[in-house]
Design a protein around this ligand. Structure first.
Ligand code: BJW
Ligand code: ZN
Length: 243
């Protein structure tokens, strides 16, 4: 049996499944990944732009980065990988998709048992009064000002050095602990604590499979790998389950 058949067989007998996704699942929707080729912004590493310190120093520059990302998200459409994950959740009594992505494409594809670990590019909040706004419309001034108190708003995104949303993180950990099959899809597994979910699942005895054309630092710890783009592999898995 190859890894694909072992994964399908593990899924056939599972009632509890969880998935961790990263930027790779949205690559086939035309959204750039963070690391590797093209993963730079104006010559800077994401680790230098996506921090509270960078925002404090030059909020307009950070917002220019997010305006570009908001435009990408506005124009992007879910791909067959997103759609297959939304279908997959219907097949298991317990299923949680924990995404590191902020582009909203899993929700737009129909995923409902979903937690967003790193926030959402569709939302922003006021740094003073926490008032929230939600849209992808082009912004007139950068940084946008709060309609209530006039202070500046920031993207509702988890930057380096910031804690993950408490409830989303708790749900993702619980799902990793109790999953029989855990899928790690389209992530370099370099950013923690999210990458640690795969380790929690492996420690708890789950069959952990990676779906990624490339190897990652955590690949040696997993039960197996499908080395294909997620937009190909996930529909193939779904079709095998339905056969
Ligand atoms: C395909 C494909 C296809 C291509 N199909 N696959 C040293 C050691 C350990 C940890 C740390 C450390 N120093 C600092 C830390 C902590 C830090 C961290 O992990 N840093 C590491 C980089 C070293 N983490 C944090 O700071 C986190 N917070 C935290 O720890 O808080 C502690 C705390 C507690 C209590 C109080 C206060 C604090 C927060 C991390 C937030 C990360 N946020 C970002 C936001 C970016 C901004 C934005 O989106 O606008 O989230 S960073 C960025 O990386 C983004 C992503 O979600 C995240 C993960 O990236 P991802 O998704 O894996 O993408 P890539 O590009 O890396 O990989 C893509 C993969 O897809 C590749 O493998 C391709 O092969 C594959 N692929 N095409 C399938 N078609
Ligand atoms: Zn305000």
């Amino acid at each position: 049996m190859d890894d694909f058949d072992r994964l399908v067989s593990a899924l056939r007998s599972a009632s509890s499944v969880s998935v961790l996704t990263g930027a790779g699942v949205s690559a086939e929707s035309g959204i750039a990944t963070f690391r590797g080729a093209g993963g730079l912004w104006e010559g800077h590493r994401i680790e230098d732009v996506a921090t509270p310190e960078a925002f404090a120093k030059d909020p307009e520059r950070v917002w220019r980065f997010y305006e570009m990302r908001r435009q990408n998200a506005r124009e992007a459409r879910p791909n067959p990988g997103h759609t297959a994950l939304a279908e997959l959740e219907k097949r298991f009594p317990r299923f949680l998709l924990a995404t590191q992505n902020v582009d909203g494409l899993h929700r737009r594809a129909g995923s409902r048992n979903l937690v967003e670990l790193h926030g959402s590019i569709e939302r922003r909040y006021c740094v003073r009064c926490r008032r929230t706004e939600e849209d992808l419309d082009p912004l007139e001034t950068l940084p946008p000002a709060c309609a209530a108190c006039g202070d500046r708003m920031r993207p509702d995104i988890v930057w380096f050095g910031e804690p993950l949303p408490v409830e989303a993180w708790a749900d993702a950990q619980e799902a990793a602990r109790s999953a029989e099959v855990y899928l790690v899809v389209g992530t370099s597994a370099e950013v923690y604590p999210a990458a640690g979910l795969a380790l929690i699942a492996a420690d708890a005895g789950a069959a952990v499979f990676e779906i990624n054309p490339a190897e990652t630092a955590l690949s040696p710890l997993f039960s197996g790998a499908i080395r294909e783009p997620s937009g190909v592999a996930l529909p193939r898995i779904l079709a095998a389950l339905e056969a």
